[in-house]
Design a protein around this ligand. Structure first.
Ligand SMILES: Cc1cc2nc3c(=O)[nH]c(=O)nc-3n(C[C@H](O)[C@H](O)[C@H](O)COP(=O)(O)OP(=O)(O)OC[C@H]3O[C@@H](n4cnc5c(N)ncnc54)[C@H](O)[C@@H]3O)c2cc1C
Length: 393
């Protein structure tokens, strides 16, 4: 005899814990979260956790804004610590990206976000240590910054538990079946559960779990590398988070002395279905990261390489997630495929998925373009203009 629940959420990353918390506090009934390893053991635990609102799609800007507001008031809204630091977010632009950047800033300002285009002189006023020989302009969000993936997911999990959710670690979902009537069955290594609603927040492994149901959901697990460097003595105060559109990388401060260096291109890294096995980044990627950083901050040519690590980008064909109901299986929902930019969206995704599960509609943002059926129909999300396929789009 299978156990029953009102909602089962699969996956204990920032997305699954955020959804579970929202469902539990909003009275969704018996809410069970199943996680095969531990909270934040997937992409979330390795995330650079940059919180910015620079997106080309208005829906994503709205979702990022929802998240940034929650990170700013995290202790009051959620409880616990997200690690949010409001250090500002600076984009360094080549000429070809300026029209798209202007458009983004225009949408942002229309939504009340403090975002501005910057001349080179204005960039230098904000961050005088940058070399800008190859740049023409910038964008600036003073309210953005970064948080911490592990702290955030654990805070969502604690809040969910306090709101009555049942969080089970070490429980692996082995299958998802369309149940009889109005339920969905999840089979696990610890027994089966029949639920009125199931939300898959299980990252790239969701593809294989949904395949037997005929749901086409191609996700590539791309192993992304991060280099952690210590800035040179005398550098001074940390710089803002910098998104370098020219060198295609980012530089994100960590504490007072360290910087995390990463790639913008969601496909930069090897496809690896066994990503849970820890691996060091290849020397070539460390060299790429440190050379870029020294190119942008000439004083950091001798910055000390401290360590490196890798984490997974659950990359979809259009670099955007699938969100909401799965039409073919009543009661089944997805929130996966964030392609390397899901951390900052996690507060909004929690609210959106709980809206959808509880009532079918959400007013946070229009999520129609993120329907999972788009992959089978070839109706992929495209960037409105500029920025190509980057996850920034
Ligand atoms: C190196 C790196 C840097 C990043 N930087 C940023 C950034 O700066 N800003 C940003 O917004 N985003 C960033 N991201 C992306 C962001 O971290 C992810 O989009 C986000 O963490 C995804 O969260 P998730 O909960 O969907 O996935 P995950 O954290 O991967 O969680 C999925 C969970 O599901 C569990 N699971 C899988 N299969 C099963 C199963 N069968 N049964 C039970 N449980 C299962 C896994 O164990 C895992 O814990 C980065 C990611 C990486 C790797």
């Amino acid at each position: 005899m299978a156990e029953t629940a009102d909602v089962v959420v699969v996956g204990g990353g920032c997305i699954g814990t955020s959804i579970t918390w929202q469902l539990a506090k909003r009275g969704a009934g018996r809410v069970v979260l199943l996680e095969k390893t531990g909270i934040a053991s997937g992409a979330t635990g390795w995330s650079s956790a940059i919180v910015r609102m620079h997106y080309t799609h208005e829906s994503l800007i709205k979702m990022a804004l929802f998240g940034r507001r929650m990170f700013e008031n995290f202790a009051d809204e959620v409880g616990g610590e997200s690690g949010f630091r409001r250090v500002g977010f600076l984009v360094v632009l080549p000429q070809e990206d300026v029209p798209a950047a202007r458009r983004v800033v225009g949408i942002q300002r229309g939504l009340g976000i403090d975002a501005t285009m910057l001349s080179l002189e204005e960039i230098t006023d904000i961050e005088p240590r940058l070399s800008l020989n190859d740049a023409v302009a910038g964008c600036w969000e003073p309210d953005s910054g970064h948080a911490d993936g592990s702290s955030t997911a654990n805070a969502f999990a604690a809040a969910a538990r306090n709101a009555g959710a049942d969080l089970r670690m070490g429980v692996e979902v082995t299958g998802v079946e369309a149940g009889g009537g109005s339920s969905v069955r999840v089979t696990t290594n610890a027994g089966d559960i029949d639920a009125g609603s199931v939300v898959m927040a299980s990252g790239y492994r969701t593809s294989a779990l949904l395949q037997p149901l005929g749901v086409e959901f191609p996700i590539k697990p791309v192993r992304h590398s991060i280099a952690v460097v210590e800035r040179s003595a005398g550098f001074g105060a940390p710089h803002p988070v910098i998104s370098d559109h020219i060198q295609n990388g980012y530089y994100r401060p960590e504490g007072t002395e360290l910087v995390l260096l990463g790639d913008h291109d969601p496909l930069e890294g090897e496809v690896d279905h066994d990503i849970e096995t820890d691996k060091q980044p290849p020397p070539s990627s460390i060299n790429r990261h440190t050379a870029r950083y020294a190119g942008r901050f000439p004083s950091e040519v001798d910055a000390l390489y401290r360590r490196g690590y890798t984490g997974v980008y659950d990359t979809t064909p259009d670099f955007q997630p699938a969100l909401g109901v799965v039409q073919a299986v009543p009661g089944l929902h997805v929130a996966v495929g964030f392609s390397g930019h899901g951390f900052k969206l996690s507060p909004a995704v929690g609210r959106i998925l709980s809206d959808v599960v509880l009532g079918g509609e959400t007013d946070v943002a229009d999520i129609s373009m993120f329907r999972v059926e788009r992959f089978a129909e070839g109706d992929l999300v495209t960037a409105p203009e500029g920025y190509g396929k980057r996850s920034l789009a």
